[in-house]
Each structure stands twice: as C-alpha cells, then as structure tokens.
Write a protein that binds this ligand. Structure first.
Ligand code: FAD
Ligand code: FES
Length: 248
C-alpha cells in the first residue's frame, strides 16, 4: 500500500448518479479483485479520504465507479481531465482468486464495482450474476459480459432475469451448475442471502463488507465489525470475509 498521485483522464456520469473516474499513474503495483483505494477529496473541508473499490486497473491505469452520495463524492464529480489526485492503494485483502476453479460472482447495485477486476482475474471461468432494481440502473453490462458468463438480473424484470441474482444462481444450479465458491459484494440483505445459500448448499462464500472508514489502513478502528465473535477491521482484516465468520 502506498500513496500515488494520479492524473484524471476522464470523469463522467454513466448512469443516473453513477460516475466513472479514470486515472493514469506512473506505475501501479498489481491490484487484486476486491481491494479498494482511499481517494483524497478535492475540497478543503473534507479531511478524510473516501473508500472506493478498484473497478479496473493495470500498471498505469485505475478506474473507479462511484455513486453520488454526500459532499465527498459530490466533490469528486468536479474533477476534470488533467486534475491531479492523491490515491492510497491497494488496500484490504481482496477475494481469494486462484483458490477456486469455478466461481459464481454475485453483485448488487454499486457492489458490482470491485467484482469486475475479480471476474477478469478468474480468467473467464466465472459466472456472474449482477442484480439491479431496474434496467436504468444497470452498471458495466458490456464490460462484465467480456470477462465471464454474465446474467443481468432486475428486480422489476425490465431487463435480463426477473428477480434477485440469488434466484438466477439457484436456477442455474437446479440445471446442474455447481460452483466451488461464491464471491459477493452488495447490499447487506443480498450478502446475508448468499451466506444462507452457501450454508444450505455447502459452498464456501466470501462477502465484501462495507463500513464507514476513517483511515482505511487499520489505525483508527472506525470500521470495526464482528467476525467469528471477535472485533475485526473491515479495512485491514477485510473487506472480504468468509461467510462463515460474519452475520452470525
Ligand atoms: C471498502 C469500501 C469500498 C467502497 N466502494 C465503493 C465503490 O466502489 N463505489 C461507491 O459508490 N461507493 C463505494 N463505497 C461507499 C463510499 O465509500 C461512500 O458512499 C462514500 O464514502 C460516501 O462519501 P460522501 O462524502 O459522498 O458521503 P457522506 O457525506 O460521508 O455520506 C453520505 C451518505 O452516504 C452514507 N455513507 C458514507 N460512507 C459510507 C460507507 N462507507 N458505506 C455506506 N454508506 C456510506 C452515509 O451514511 C450518508 O447517508 C465503498 C465503501 C467501502 C468501505
Ligand atoms: S478505517 Fe481506520 S481502522 Fe479501518
């Protein structure tokens, strides 16, 4: 983990309140799917950096996809081509890519962000189930289609599979698909459903947790969660935890 100064290549709204920030760097270390970054906020009264999943990356490039929420993300939307920004990364553990051959990846809403790199690193083997409330909220449809077998799901049936991504995976499993593990990032109800599904079907699950963060590097304890009955830091011990450890 290190501080990098990057230059903004592009920062544009790709869906309602969803911004893709692309940046170039001199040289980045390898970044694992599920790791995140702390981005400096270009606003004087925002001292704390904001955590964002690394969506895409190579040796000199990183892309972040963020939802407009409060003053930090609003300030990020003001970044323009050529602006410089300090980014601390890669942070956290990431998903255990390489440990399993056939991975089912489940994302919900902005939870799909760290799963793009995760799916790409699975080498085209992963089946991806990304769920959104409605067609207008679909993120990175084309991009995900290129890195695995994608099923887009919408709650209202306006595109793709009608229903939750867990239901789409259940359907494929009823047809004979058996993943070795399930990786998930999304809203808490989705991750709890994935944990239950894994337990019922005896499939290991890995869940990427979210918490309010101060430092992002394990020093301030703002992001503490309970895992296996102990206090753990989402930023340093996670954000990816085994489903067995959390939501007990
Ligand atoms: C490891 C990690 C990875 C993340 N990756 C992404 C990502 O790839 N894309 C993305 O859009 N968002 C991501 N988030 C959430 C993102 O960090 C927050 O939305 C952002 O910090 C809000 O900052 P703000 O100043 O705009 O909002 P604030 O003014 O701080 O808060 C506005 C609203 O957002 C909520 N909020 C603030 N921080 C969080 C948080 N950490 N989790 C949930 N809700 C929060 C607040 O409760 C409040 O309602 C991630 C969070 C973590 C911990
Ligand atoms: S955010 Fe400071 S310890 Fe996790």
């Amino acid at each position: 983990m290190k501080d990098y100064i990057g230059e903004v290549i592009n920062n544009r709204e790709i869906a309602k309140d969803a911004y893709l920030l692309e940046m170039s760097f001199d040289k980045l270390p390898p970044i694992k799917g599920g790791q995140f970054a702390m981005l400096e906020v270009p606003r004087d009264d925002c001292i704390l950096c904001r955590p964002l999943g690394v969506c895409m990356a190579d040796e000199t490039y990183a892309a972040f996809l963020y939802q407009l929420k409060g003053k930090g993300t609003h300030a990020l939307t003001t970044l323009e081509k050529g602006d410089e920004l300090r980014v601390v990364m890669p942070l956290g553990n990431g998903f255990p890519i390489g440990k399993y051959e056939n991975v089912a990846i489940i994302g919900g809403g902005f939870g799909v962000v760290p799963l793009y790199l995760t799916a790409a690193e699975c080498g085209g083997n992963a089946r991806i189930y990304n769920g959104f409330a409605t067609k207008k909220q679909i993120l990175l449809g084309k991009e995900f289609d290129g890195v695995g077998k994608l099923t887009v799901c919408t709650d209202d049936g306006s595109a793709g599979f009608c229903g939750f991504p867990t239901a789409a995976l259940e359907k494929d499993m009823a047809d004979g698909y058996k993943p070795d593990a399930i990786f998930c990032c999304g809203p808490e109800p989705l991750m709890k459903a994935v944990k239950r599904m894994g337990e019922a079907k005896n499939i290991p699950t890995y869940l990427s947790l979210e918490a309010r963060m101060g430092c992002g590097v394990g020093a301030c304890l703002t992001c503490t969660c309970k895992a296996d009955g102990h206090n753990k830091r989402v930023c340093k011990d996670g954000p990816v935890f085994s489903g067995k450890e959390v939501y007990q």
